[in-house]
Design a protein around this ligand. Structure first.
Ligand code: SF4
Length: 353
């Protein structure tokens, strides 16, 4: 998966963040894009060859098998690489819709959506929710991170096209991956995206893997800095909008105390399927699961997001007394290797709770 939109929020209405995390239902990811037409500096899919080998294996039979074997999934999401580069996307969306999937979605850089006939095809096929990755409110900021000239204009145009279909069961969310460069501009990015008609603006904290690991020192802010900046941005945004539709996702909850629970998102639960031995994901599997085979031809492994978390995140003994211990996935080992544990203080007795 790319870093974008991977951790997003759902059912953000009332209630405590712990309750929403506990109530998460599992989603299914379909690995769709063998390639991507952006080149984001923080992309966690650093192994391009592995991704191409894995995602090229997705075909009609696999998508059909996935929808038939997951009738109760909350959502089926086409993701990984850039899904719109796969000509089968609309056909697979229709296959999912016809099989009765409740919500069919796509995580995309949105560039292809700027071509309205293509977007209309996806909508007619049953695509209902769009998670569009956009990392700045200006071409300079966004393209400095995507490293792809012209990508900003197309992504913004794609957002505008989807925004034109809202109100007909179509949903439009964005995912902005927070880096040292765009962190000072959260308010401008939020206002820009809301002005385009985006319903939910999600600020995703990077996973400290792939390119985010390679370029960590240049791009990865400290969690405490992100939380402080987000808190200030939300206070300011509340002066214009009583309940800003902005959400901070994939950051340890001990660092975001003081931010209203409404704005504290969480990492989704998902499962995906891939052939073993080709990509990085299957190395995260425990040996007993790595040996299990599934799929239409019995040659795939099932990988849950929690498998990836368990292999690449950690807690420390003090976490056992934290009020969030039961719902916390832990902290990326690659993050801890740089910044350590100092800012991650167990929340034992928060005021007013
Ligand atoms: S369990 Fe540990 S890492 Fe997680 S929120 Fe609590 S103190 Fe932070």
């Amino acid at each position: 998966m790319s870093a974008r939109g991977e951790e997003r929020v759902e059912e953000r209405g009332v209630g405590r963040v712990e309750g929403r995390i506990t109530a998460r239902r599992e989603r299914v990811h379909v690995l769709t894009g063998a390639v991507c037409n952006n080149n984001c500096v923080f992309c966690m899919e650093e192994d391009r060859e592995g991704r191409e080998a894995v995602n090229s294996r997705t075909d009609d039979a696999l998508v059909r098998w996935i929808v038939e074997t997951h009738p109760g999934a909350e959502e089926l999401c086409f993701t990984s690489g850039e899904p719109t580069t796969n000509p089968a996307l609309a056909r697979w969306a229709k296959l999912a819709k016809d099989a009765g999937v409740g919500r069919v979605s796509v995580m995309t850089n949105g560039r292809a959506l700027s071509y309205e006939p293509y977007t209309r095809r996806l909508l007619a096929a049953g695509m209902r929710r769009f998670y569009v990755s956009i990392h700045g409110h200006t071409a300079k900021l966004h393209e400095g991170l995507t490293r792809t000239p012209g990508s900003f204009e197309q992504t913004v145009a794609g957002i505008r096209v989807v925004a034109g279909y809202l109100g007909r069961g179509v949903e439009l969310h964005t995912s902005t991956v927070i880096t040292k460069r765009n962190l000072p501009h959260l308010g401008e990015i939020y206002r820009f995206l809301r002005g385009l008609g985006v319903q939910q603006v999600v600020f995703n904290v990077m996973q400290a893997n792939g390119r985010a690991h390679t370029h960590f020192d240049k791009i990865f802010p400290r969690y405490s800095e992100i939380a402080a900046t987000a808190r200030a941005f939300l206070e300011e945004a509340r002066r214009e909008e009583p309940r800003p539709m902005a959400f901070l996702v994939d950051i340890p909850l001990c660092t975001t105390e003081g931010i209203d629970d409404f704005h504290r998102g969480y990492v989704e639960r998902y499962v995906h399927f891939e052939p073993p031995g080709l990509g990085a994901h299957d190395r995260a599997l425990a040996p007993e699961h790595a040996a299990e085979r599934t799929g239409p031809a019995g040659d795939l492994v099932q990988i849950r997001r929690s498998d990836l978390d368990d292999a690449a995140r950690a807690k420390r003994p003090e976490c056992a007394r934290c009020r969030y211990d039961a719902v916390c996935e832990g902290v990326w080992l690659n993050y801890l290797a740089r910044y350590g544990w100092d800012e991650l203080v167990p929340v034992v007795n928060p005021p007013g709770r």
